[in-house]
Design a protein around this ligand. Structure first.
Ligand SMILES: N[C@@H](CCC(=O)N[C@@H](CS)C(=O)NCC(=O)O)C(=O)O
Length: 253
């Protein structure tokens, strides 16, 4: 049995899949794509993933795309030694509805501060023509790139994103309260926790962790996921933006 994961170290969607593979002790070969160089738009990669994004999992020649789908696939195929999906159908439904919320709200919202704070200098340095060609080549993120432009998202978009993150923390607290915590669905970590993890880690990486200073349940949840044995394996050096992007090291200390 073999796994090849097409991914990028700093990609939040990739980090979900690496966490699950590591936690399940499934060895995998990583193919690292350089997203700023446009490796994800190369014809041979688009044959695997027509959305032109990472991650893509190849499991013995069978290709699965989209991080939420991949983590569910892995959990169904390999329920041992750890399983991240509750047995109870109603709890499963709660987990899946949280995962939908996470994909729609924080996973999308975190891209705005990420691009504005970390990646913008790269696009600002392009000519308008180069930038338009780059943006227009993206099957999934064309409109996102065009809305950002070479000058970045306006403050109102940054504010809306931070507000969406705030609503995410509230939703997490409500889940922790309803389930008894410390994880979103109770005493066991689930795919919902793993799905939201990269957005929360990204906020901390961007120096925006103060947003949960007054939310002890989120701070506790964050400590717990950090302490999970799969965390360090997933976030190897280069997985954080502060480890890759020189101007961020100065900004966030
Ligand atoms: N829903 C997809 C989204 C994948 C996605 O947006 N991947 C980002 C990295 S986290 C990417 O490849 N971006 C490259 C680009 O936009 O060109 C998933 O969860 O797999």
């Amino acid at each position: 049995m073999s796994f090849t994961l097409y991914n990028a170290p700093q990609s939040t969607c990739s980090q979900r899949v690496r966490f699950v593979l590591n936690a399940k002790q499934l060895p995998f070969t990583e193919k690292k794509l350089d997203l700023l160089e446009g490796d994800q738009m190369k014809p041979e990669y688009l044959k695997l993933n027509p959305n032109g994004v990472v991650p893509t999992l190849d499991h013995d020649g069978a290709v699965v795309i989209d991080s939420s789908v991949i983590v569910e696939y892995l959990d169904e195929m390999f329920p041992d030694p750890v399983n991240f999906t509750p047995r109870d159908p109603l709890k499963r439904a709660t987990m899946r509805s949280l995962m939908r919320f996470i994909d729609e709200v924080p996973a999308a919202a975190v891209r705005v501060p990420t691009y504005n704070i970390a990646f913008l200098p790269r696009f600002a340095a392009m000519s308008e023509e180069e930038f338009l060609a780059f943006a227009n080549s993206k099957p999934l993120r064309r409109e996102f790139m065009l809305a950002m432009g070479r000058t970045g998202f306006p403050q109102k978009d940054m504010d809306a994103s931070l507000d969406k993150m705030s609503r995410t923390y509230t939703r997490m607290e409500e889940s922790i309260d309803a389930s008894g915590g410390p994880w979103l669905l109770g005493k066991d970590i689930s795919l919902a926790d793993i799905s939201v993890m990269p957005a929360i880690v990204r906020m901390a990486d961007l120096g925006l962790a103060t947003m949960w200073d007054t939310r002890p349940k989120i701070a506790r949840w964050y400590e717990l996921i950090h302490a999970h044995p799969a965390f360090t394996l997933t976030y190897y050096f280069g997985s954080l933006l502060t480890e890759r992007i020189p101007h961020l090291q100065k900004k966030t200390g």
